[in-house]
Design a protein around this ligand. Structure first.
Ligand code: ADP
Ligand code: ASP
Ligand code: MG
Length: 343
């Protein structure tokens, strides 16, 4: 990681006015999850909360699969899109009622028409350009943000209801090494689009952004953590909390090692190392903007909010032993001593 990616103190905004919370798909799997997250947020009395949301768990995979089916001219994409709509509307019906629900479902219907048109075009040419894939893949975050904002507004009209679309703010250049944030542009767009005196809970789309041509792009799979860190930097936030389905960063992947323990405190570089080498509780690029702007990052469990989680900052207690072990699957070591190299 190179620190010049994100110049320090780039915000004109009042420092430490915002606190940012990010909820991944594992925290937004169904109506009960949305309700839990909404109530958790309403329990905070901070003046200004930015809440970055991912798509509902599995939603991005389902959306990407639509484009894959369309590319093969497999018209089952239509049934799959209906199934996505069924899941979303069932969730929405348990959370909202009246005009709010009608508006939300109407918006979904218009999006579904647009998605169907994109899929038809893909099916005709049997090829899905990256831009079409990005547009389809990004709907999950738009739908989560609309639903959570509507739920918060119905529960607390004074605090809830604001939405921020990151396509109007986060601008990136796509490079071979992944998206690189255009900080000056993004900051100017943040300053232009987000009022200085905003209060309450603003729901922010994760994962999606704009490219240099102002067309929709994404920050890559699992990229909502990175969206949250970028938004934290742009807003001059005092803290970033990433909520997931584990109690914090653990000494190993708990799916592989059930005995894994939560690590209470980590330095930025320790956490970065774990993230780069396979601990997918944190997207590897997330900590860059946090380091540069000295924003502490906390990893917590939305299903077990009583647990304090893991705190990542500039310092942590020194320990003699190893804090964590990670693994990247699907790899095999190749020893060159066994290879016959061409002369
Ligand atoms: P979200 O949908 O909230 O973004 P992810 O599925 O992306 O959540 O990340 C959380 C998952 O990361 C956990 O359920 C866990 O299985 C996995 N994971 C892998 N390595 C670690 C680790 N070292 N510590 C914690 N979780 C880990
Ligand atoms: N929804 C996106 C994905 O599944 C981004 C994220 O969840 O972080 O990759
Ligand atoms: Mg994730």
């Amino acid at each position: 990681y190179h620190p010049s990616f994100c110049p320090r103190n780039l915000t004109k905004v009042v420092k430490h006015r915002w606190k940012i919370h990010k909820f991944g798909g594992s925290s937004l799997a169904d109506a009960a999850c949305f309700r839990r997250v909404g109530n958790l947020l309403l329990g905070y009395s901070d003046v200004c909360l930015g809440v970055v949301v991912s798509a509902m768990g599995g939603m991005t995979d389902a959306l990407i699969n639509l484009a894959v089916l369309a590319e093969r001219d497999d018209r089952r994409y239509s049934d799959e899109l209906d199934a996505i709509g069924e899941r979303y509307s069932t969730t929405a019906r348990s959370l909202l009622g009246g005009a709010n629900l009608v508006t939300l479902l109407d918006e979904w219907g218009r999006d579904a028409d647009d998605i169907r048109n994109v899929l038809q075009a893909i099916a005709l040419v049997k090829s899905a350009p990256q831009r079409s894939r990005d547009v389809v893949a990004g709907y999950g975050e738009i739908w989560s943000a609309r639903l959570l904002a509507a739920f918060l507004q119905s529960e607390s009209p004074e605090r809830g209801g604001t939405r921020i679309d990151t396509r109007k703010i986060i601008t990136v250049r796509q490079t071979e090494l992944g998206p690189s944030v255009l900080w000056d542009e993004s900051q100017a767009r943040f300053n232009e689009n987000v009022p200085d005196d905003l209060t309450g809970i603003a729901v922010v789309t994760g994962f999606i952004a704009s490219d240099e041509d102002d067309l929709q792009t994404t920050l890559g799979r699992n990229g909502s953590d990175f969206s949250a860190a970028i938004f934290a930097a742009l807003s001059g936030a005092s803290e970033l909390t990433i909520w997931s389905d584990v109690d914090g960063v653990m000494s190993a992947d708990p799916r592989q090692v059930p005995e894994a323990q939560v690590i209470d405190r980590l330095t930025y570089s320790e956490a970065m190392e774990l993230a780069y080498f396979g601990a997918n509780v944190l997207h590897p690029q997330t900590l860059g903007p946090a380091v540069d702007n000295e924003i502490p990052v906390v990893i917590r469990n939305s299903h077990n909010a009583g647990h304090p989680g893991s705190r990542i900052g500039a310092t942590a207690e020194q320990v003699e032993n190893i804090k964590g072990i990670t693994a990247i699957g699907g790899m095999a070591p190749v020893s060159y001593t066994h290879l016959t190299l061409p002369t």
